[in-house]
Design a protein. Structure first.
Length: 407
């Protein structure tokens, strides 16, 4: 009987990266379909479908919102739940659990937030209305970026994939805080009180070591409704729920994640979010009609600020900060990676598709400004993807220096 090939050990990180890369490809296809739909004979049906109001009545509970609103406030709460789970896992039981591992991605993410925001504000300083979009170029789309990173092939070391993931997770954390602090509407104290009470119940369940997932999800639905009614953006309920899901630190066994509710829920949510939730969001939000647009429209302050923030700001902020940290000896250079590849990774951080479109929808109500954000995000993200991919391929180290691959 011929010898059987060895099975590679389970790797949560490898599984995570593979799923995120696949989600990136699906997201690209969804964005392309949205652009086709918005510029086809079906454009009227596409936009009318998103604007159509649907809802339900359940006793005194009445909710009626547009399809786009349900996607952005309801479906995206599941995405933010997954983001919260990833942040909590990385901080407690992952790549960000040790301060020594936090220095490089933490400072790089901070530089990648400050420089794009500064560029945008500099270009929109004279207009109070457009200044509200300063956070649009601040975040990195992890699914899109990892999808492009995978296109570079196996000459990209895993250290860069881990660094990109860590930067994107911290970017998402910053975006969550920005949404909570700067994009909150009028507050309703009764709903905030209800949300606080539900959150207290969730924390108590955690303290009592409730390991079943469904009670947390059931309470999370109630929490979402209170947050929706409170004036705070409803998707933040997903993050708050994630913070209460118990985590059991892995003792080193390949199947240890099965004992942890957080790891189990994160594992179950990855594919639905990557392959369904985010593509639906992309299809609903990326549609931009090119009718009446010209190349000079990119020179308007909002799209220009977004393009330069994503393309130039991310490259400057992430690379300059990361290179300085390495030169000062505060952290090591990512293993088996060249300086050129580190620059390529910095360029990929300028792919801000999902979170940038999301923040743009919160920042502006004027359809013209929203379209400006879409135009800037599409151009800035595409340019960042092309430059990042080129650098990762062109500046790959010589064969002898490439990371060894397992048999």
């Amino acid at each position: 009987m011929p010898p059987q090939p060895r099975r590679r050990p389970f790797s949560g990180l490898r599984d995570f990266l593979n799923q995120e890369a696949a989600g990136g490809y699906v997201l690209m296809a969804a964005a392309a379909l949205a652009l086709i739909a918005a510029n086809s004979p079906f454009a009227g049906a596409y936009f009318a479908g998103l604007d159509r109001y649907v809802g339900f009545e359940l006793g005194p509970l009445r909710m009626r919102e547009s399809v786009l609103h349900w996607i952005n406030d309801g479906l995206m709460a599941v995405f933010f739940l997954l983001v919260g789970l990833e942040i909590k896992r990385e901080v407690l039981d992952g790549q960000l659990s040790r301060p020594s591992r936090l220095v490089l991605p933490g400072l790089a993410a901070l530089g990648g937030l400050a420089v794009p925001a500064g560029i945008y504000l500099a270009l929109n300083a004279g207009d109070p209305a457009s200044r509200a979009g300063w956070a649009v170029p601040a975040a990195t789309d992890i699914a899109f970026a990892l999808g492009v990173l995978t296109l570079a092939g196996d000459r990209v070391p895993s250290s860069l994939k881990i660094l990109l993931t860590a930067i994107a997770v911290l970017d998402d954390l910053a975006a969550i805080l920005i949404i909570a602090l700067f994009y909150t509407a009028e507050l309703h104290l009764w709903a905030l009180g209800g949300a606080a009470a539900v959150l207290a119940v969730l924390v108590l369940m955690n303290r009592l070591k409730v390991r079943l997932i469904w009670p947390y999800l059931l309470a999370g639905l109630v929490l979402w409704w209170f947050v929706f009614e409170s004036g705070v953006h409803a998707t933040l309920a997903g993050v708050a729920l994630a913070m209460t899901i118990p985590v059991v630190r892995s003792p080193g066994r390949p199947d240890a994640y099965k004992a942890s509710p957080l790891h189990r829920l994160e594992h179950k949510l990855h594919k639905p979010v990557a392959l369904l939730v985010i593509p639906i969001f992309g299809f609903a939000n990326a549609g931009l009609s090119f009718a009446g647009l010209s190349p000079t429209d990119l020179l308007n302050p909002v799209p220009l600020g977004v393009v330069l923030g994503l393309f130039a700001g991310k490259q400057i902020g992430v690379f300059a900060t990361a290179w300085t940290v390495v030169k000062l000896g505060w952290s090591d250079m990512p293993k088996f990676a060249s300086v050129g590849q580190l620059y390529g990774l910095s360029a990929l951080c300028g792919i801000g598709f999902t979170m940038s479109l999301f923040v743009g929808g919160l920042a502006f109500e004027d359809p013209a400004l929203v379209d400006g954000v879409k135009l800037g995000v599409l151009v800035g993200s595409l340019a960042s993807a092309l430059v990042g991919l080129a650098c990762l391929r062109l500046f790959a180290p010589r064969t002898a220096a490439i990371e060894p691959r397992p048999a």
